[in-house]
Design a protein around this ligand. Sequence first.
Ligand SMILES: NC(=O)c1ccc[n+]([C@@H]2O[C@H](COP(=O)([O-])OP(=O)(O)OC[C@H]3O[C@@H](n4cnc5c(N)ncnc54)[C@H](O)[C@@H]3O)[C@@H](O)[C@H]2O)c1
Length: 330
Amino acid sequence: MTSGMRILVTGGAGYIGSVVVEELLASGHSAIVYDNLSQGHRDAVLPGAEFIQGEILDRQTLESGLKKHKIDAVIHMAASSIVGESCQNPAKYYSNNLVTSLALLEAMRAAGVSRLVLSSTAAVYGESEKPLIDESDPTCPTNPYGDTKLAFERACHWYEQAYGMRFVSLRYFNAAGATKFCGERHDPETHLIPIVLQAAAHLRRYVEIYGDDYPTPDGTCVRDYIHVSDLARAHVLALDYMKRSSGFFNLGCGGGRSVMEVVEAARKVTGREIPVRIGPRRAGDPAVLVASSEKIKRELGWAPEKQDLQIIVASAWEWMSQRAVANRVT
Ligand SMILES: NC(=O)c1ccc[n+]([C@@H]2O[C@H](COP(=O)([O-])OP(=O)(O)OC[C@H]3O[C@@H](n4cnc5c(N)ncnc54)[C@H](O)[C@@H]3O)[C@@H](O)[C@H]2O)c1
């Protein structure tokens, strides 16, 4: 694997972006974080990275950042990514995920930067008929969030045809877990593992489970949880892959875990009661959603290293606990 590249990470002050930065620095690359801090945190930017507080639509700041730092490639993490919100406010999503991303491509063209890794999503597939989704499955998003990511993937394809800009789109399922330095702090929090751990920490009274009558072993939905460090490693591998080609890749553990299994894992890890309440199903929630990661294993040599659900949950709990102690001390 080559090192020494200069990588601009949009959204690098967010959850996954901060771990990508950690992985870039550990691999010998330089990381320049570009983030407007609308959802990210200044203290999530590791000391070894440079930071530009900027909005992607601010063309002057972005283009001069790309030129000044002689950027070799961009990893594009910045986005709005709450499925429910995207249905209520599609304008926000087409603006922040599509218009903004097109502006990024134009700034890159002007600065002569021709490689982009995009964090895409499993939501591009919509409600798949198959339990194990691969990249040849039809893309048919059922919400504006997935649609904006798919539209931008298509733009990347045509930019490659016309302008020779290489890209790798990584379609994730459920990012989870934490490293020693970086973890998940969204407001509002919509992801299962931090919600379950908030209940363990008495920061919420109970966990609501949306339906327990699905055709799964325990009746709750099954999803593919992938450790955030495994995700970050794939982004760094994609930088090398772009020297040869462009492409789309799924990223998942290939084995699904149910909502109830996540709650059980959290009970074991924390040793605490975690009250649950069974609510009605949510519209559009498929019973099982799991990725086939065969393509990325074959072509990039990537494989998940932290598949054990208890290890994933324990890493998130450790990070939350450390922060709680630090906040009490300061
Ligand atoms: N978390 C998941 O499970 C998951 C799953 C699939 C895909 N993704 C994708 O991964 C990426 C990162 O997700 P995350 O969970 O780390 O999100 P996050 O909200 O923690 O991070 C996004 C970051 O982008 C920044 N940002 C947003 N709009 C911006 C703009 N216009 N200009 C500059 N900065 C901007 C925010 O301040 C934030 O720091 C997103 O693109 C998301 O769609 C996430």
